[in-house]
Structure formats: C-alpha cells, structure tokens
Design a protein around this ligand. Structure first.
Ligand SMILES: Nc1nc2c(c(=O)[nH]1)N(C=O)[C@@H](CNc1ccc(C(=O)N[C@@H](CCC(=O)O)C(=O)O)cc1)CN2
Ligand SMILES: Nc1nc2c(ncn2[C@@H]2O[C@H](COP(=O)(O)OP(=O)(O)OP(=O)(O)O)[C@@H](O)[C@H]2O)c(=O)[nH]1
Length: 436
C-alpha cells in the first residue's frame, strides 16, 4: 500500500442509482479531471463536464465534477470527485478508464480515511466516530457518533495528556530539588492536587458505561418454555415475519437477532430455543445457546404461557416475567406484564417497559467512552495516576512517580492514536466500506 499512488473508488452504495460518486485521492487527481473532463474547475466549485475516454474521445457520461486541492481536502491530499450517473454500465466504464491511468488503482476499504488520519486531518477517536456515524442505526447512536467525530473524546483525551505532562514536568523539576536536598512542600502539594484531579476526572469517565452499550445496542433475550410464544412476540416487535411460528414445540432451534429502534434507542431482540430437556442433539445445542445468550443479555423477558407446567427461568442479570396468550387466559398475577401477541393486547405496555429499560441502561448519550479500547487505555492511565500519587504521598522515589505519570500519558495518548496503535489501525480500517 503506497501513499503516493492515486486511489479511486465509488463512495455511494452499490446497485443501480440516480447518481454515483467516484472519489479520487492522490497526486494524479488533477490530471484525471483534466484528461476526462477537458478542463479542471475552480477549487471546491462543482462544474458539469462531459467525461470522455482518453484517446478515442468517446463520451463516457455527463458528470458533475469537483477539484479539491490538498491540503484543504478530506484526505489532505489532492482530491477529485466525479458525480456520474448511477447506472451499472456507466459506473463500470468510468472505473475501467480510471484503472488504465498510470499510478492509479482501486482503493482498499477505509483507505481514504486512513490517509486522512496519516495526514493528521483527524485523530483515531474521530476515525472511530466516523465509522460509528456510518454504522448508526438509531437517532441516539447517530448523536453519540457525531459528538465523537467532532472531537469530544479526542479533545478531552488530549487535554488530559497535556495535564499529565505538566504534572510530569513538575515531578522532574522536583527531582532536581531532591538532588539538592528537600522538595519544597508547596510544589509537592501542587503535583498531588494535579494527579488527584486527573484521577477523579478519568475515574468519572470510566464509571459511565452507557456509551459502549449505546454503540452496541441494548440486548433483550426472549426466553421461555417451548411454544410460549417467543417467535410470535419477536415478529410483533420487529413488525415483520422474521421467525417461524408453529404450534410444534421446539420450532426455534437457533438464535435469531433483530435490530429494533425503540424511541430512537437501539434494541437488539434475540429469539431463542424453548428451554426444555431434549433428546434431539440440535435442539440441545439450541437450548445451551439460549442459556448463554440469556446470561449475557441486558434484559431477559421470561415468557410464561398459560398452559403447561412451570419451568425455571435461566440465570440473568435482569429478568421480567411476561405472561403470554392473554386471549386464552388472563389470570396471571405471577407476571410483571401480560400480553397477547395474537390480539396485540399488552404489547404497547411491553414496548414502553422496554424503552424505559433501554433508556436507563443507555443513559443520556453523555458518555465519553464508546469502545472497550478506550476503557482499557483509560483504566491503565487511572491505575498509573493512583500509583504515582501513592508513591508521592508515601515519600517513595520520585523517579518512579514520574515513570507512572509517563505511563499514564502514553495510555491516554492511545485514545487519539498518538502512540502504539498500528494493530488497531488495520482492524479499524478494514471494518470500513470501500470508498470511505
Ligand atoms: N461528495 C461528498 N460528500 C461527502 C463527503 C465527501 O467526501 N464527498 N464526506 C466525506 O467524508 C462527508 C463530508 N465530510 C468532509 C469533510 C472534510 C472535507 C474537506 O474537504 N475539508 C477541507 C476543506 C474544507 C473547506 O471547504 O473549507 C478541510 O477541512 O481543509 C470534505 C468533506 C460527507 N459528504
Ligand atoms: N392464542 C394465542 N396463541 C398464541 C399467541 N402467541 C403465540 N401463539 C401460538 O402459540 C404457538 C407457539 O408460538 P411460537 O411463537 O412459535 O412459540 P415459541 O415460544 O417461539 O416456540 P418454540 O420455537 O417451540 O420455542 C403458535 O401456534 C402460535 O400461533 C397468543 O398470544 N395467543
């Protein structure tokens, strides 16, 4: 992967469409526009051109084109865009011509954004925010991702890093004093106070776990004995036919997941195999998967049918008992809620309860951390700050306290990708679409 190559890719979706955007980045961008379009428009001004095949001069398409010279571009390199018609043949013809231009090749997944990162146009947390903007399925996820793209997490991490480095500088200064005798008391108190404040602030960010959950969605597992009405409820919540419903017990054997938007919040509803002892090997595997999913879920809805014997609910962090088939029997005082997926009775109350549960778990969208990667880095920083502070307080070696501050600053620096992130980069960029 050379970065003096010029890369190109369609940045809009696949399949026939009204318009298709071809993105181009790298030193050949100007030449490509000039060759295909006959002339290059003013920077960042859209212009219409007939694109022509080099050599033959045959028209390829009528397009809107853009010239965005570096460094004032998304990637920081010279960039061009061809807004062509979105027909399959048009797209294929334009891409084929681009492929024949020297030093020009199709982009890899996430390569435009990788170049933007390498050119300092965005930090790693913003790249993650951009990935999340593209993946956002609900309003709350979109809002959180936009805040991260705009630099809320990155700016905060950068401020923390600078404040740790200031404390480190003071520690180094006090090292000189300690060579000569005693460290002035007010200097030591100042450093302690700085480490303390950072420790508290980072601890507060770590305490809020709702960002990661908002990103991934609130998971609700539907569990219950066979024929309790789990698949019928899943279909009702999803408002479409996703799971097979039948009067035969043991119909659902695998785990079926549906992503729902409940009042702007992402809720993943998971249908599982009915819990019972079974001689059928495949059903047994389904039952053990059901138990595993119930254990990991944010919430289990334990579905209790009116008929049949009582079954024990699975182990769960949080569980609501939902009586099903209220149209058959409504005498269910052992349940938190009663529904009939057939008549729709009680469904609105169930959805309200789910929204409320999700809202409590996913918070106000004010979480700073949205990935385990952030949490791991900040946990190390938090630990080092506490260790440094303890060393200072107990009169331990200042060199060691300084080393802890250095470790803390490096850990915080991982958030914006200032340090040690090669392996993270490959994983992150490969999760992007081509053209991003
Ligand atoms: N057609 C098109 N739409 C798009 C994008 C794109 O690349 N092309 N984007 C791609 O992600 C997003 C918009 N993000 C962008 C971010 C920065 C720059 C950019 O050129 N920034 C320069 C110049 C700013 C200016 O005009 O003054 C800069 O920041 O220096 C462009 C798009 C969404 N929509
Ligand atoms: N009367 C009535 N029947 C229902 C209701 N909900 C589901 N049923 C019926 O109950 C039977 C079992 O429903 P499913 O949704 O397949 O049950 P399940 O819990 O997914 O069953 P397994 O896949 O075997 O675990 C089907 O015949 C449904 O039509 C309801 O609210 N009222």
């Amino acid at each position: 992967m050379r970065s003096d190559d010029t890369i190109f890719a369609t940045a809009s979706g696949h399949g026939r469409a009204a318009v298709c955007i071809v993105r181009i980045s790298g030193p050949q961008s100007w030449t490509i526009l000039n060759t295909l379009g006959g002339s290059v428009p003013e920077p960042r001004r859209a212009a219409v051109r007939i694109l022509r095949e080099p050599g033959s001069g045959e028209p390829l398409d009528q397009a809107l084109i853009l010239w965005m010279p570096g460094p004032r571009s998304f990637t920081g390199e010279d960039q061009a865009e061809l807004h062509i018609h979105g027909g399959l043949a048009t797209r294929a013809a334009v891409l084929k011509v681009l492929g024949t231009i020297p030093d020009c090749r199709p982009a890899e997944a996430g390569e435009f954004t990788r170049r933007a990162f390498l050119n300092g146009r965005m930090d790693l947390s913003q790249v993650e925010g951009l990935a999340d903007v593209i993946d956002a399925e609900t309003e709350a996820q979109r809002r959180q991702a936009m805040l991260q793209l705009e630099g809320r997490l990155g700016d905060t991490a950068e401020r923390w890093r600078e404040e740790i480095l200031q404390a480190l500088a003071l520690l180094e200064a006090s090292l000189d004093f300690s060579d000569e005798g005693d460290v002035p008391e007010d200097l030591e108190a100042d450093i302690l106070q700085r480490l303390d404040r950072l420790h508290v602030e980072i601890g507060r960010a770590l305490a809020n776990r709702s960002g990661e959950r908002l990103r991934e969605g609130f998971t609700v597992v539907l569990a219950g004995p066979p024929n309790a009405g789990k698949s019928t409820l899943l279909n009702a919540l999803a408002r479409r036919d996703v799971a097979i419903v039948s009067p035969i017990a043991g119909t659902t054997r695998d785990v079926i997941e549906v992503h729902c938007d409940l009042g702007g919040l992402p809720v993943v509803v998971v249908d599982t195999a009915g819990l019972r002892e079974s001689g059928d090997l495949i059903e047994q595997e389904g039952v053990s998967r059901a138990r595993a999913r119930a254990q990991d879920a944010d919430l289990v809805l334990w579905l209790v049918p009116p008929e049949g014997e009582e079954t024990d609910p699975p182990a769960a962090r949080r569980l609501l008992r939902v009586g099903t088939k209220a149209d058959v029997s409504r005498d269910r005082d052992d349940c938190d809620l009663v529904i009939s997926a057939s008549t729709g009775e009680g469904l609105a109350d169930l959805i309200t309860a789910l929204e409320h549960e999700a809202e409590t778990a996913l918070g106000q969208g004010d979480a700073l951390l949205t990935r385990e990667r952030h949490r791991r880095a900040l946990e190390r920083a938090h630990h080092s700050l506490a260790a440094g502070r303890a060393l200072l307080e107990t009169g331990g070696p200042i060199e060691l306290a300084a080393e802890e501050a250095r470790l803390a600053s490096r850990a915080v620096g991982e958030i914006t990708g200032r340090v040690d992130v090669e392996d993270v980069l490959d994983r992150l960029f490969s999760s992007f679409c081509i053209g991003k």
